[in-house]
Design a protein around this ligand. Structure first.
Ligand code: HEC
Length: 108
């Protein structure tokens, strides 16, 4: 194998490993999301209009908001106590999970 071919193979391997890691995170998040269902609904579609839908939201946004709640930079009496129990890993996995769900309606 040439050095160049080796590099390309290595890059391809890293990309596929990245995708596998993302799937793994979402899978772990699915289990942890049991504690979110009461308010954010099954598969992230909230049954009550006072709770936001989470399905299909960008993972980076979800992660940032969960960190804000946990740090007290964003506050809600129902949401804050839950965010305070989450580890960095929980937040990563929950954000990955919700971002992969089908949103309520697709943009046209
Ligand atoms: C007891 C009800 C309740 C539970 C359980 C709950 N949440 Fe929330 N969540 C809320 C409410 C209410 C808001 C809106 C807060 C506000 O108005 O700022 C919210 C907001 C959020 C937001 C911000 C959404 C946005 O569009 O900005 C995220 C992300 C979130 N919740 C994630 C979660 C996750 C993940 C869990 C489970 C670990 C969870 N929530 C459990 C009530 C809840």
């Amino acid at each position: 194998m040439t050095a160049r071919g080796g590099m390309a193979a290595m890059a391809a391997l890293l990309v596929s490993m990245g995708a596998a890691v993302a799937d793994e995170r979402a899978g772990q998040g699915e289990g942890k999301a049991a504690q979110c269902v009461a308010c954010h609904g099954i598969r992230g579609l909230a049954p009550n209009p006072t709770f936001p839908h989470l399905a299909g939201q960008n993972a980076a946004y979800l992660e940032i908001q969960l960190r804000y709640f946990r740090a007290g930079e964003r506050y809600h009496p129902l949401m804050t106590p839950i965010a305070e129990t989450l580890s960095d890993q929980d937040i990563d996995e929950l954000a990955a999970y919700y971002s992969e769900l089908q949103p309520q309606s697709e943009a046209p």
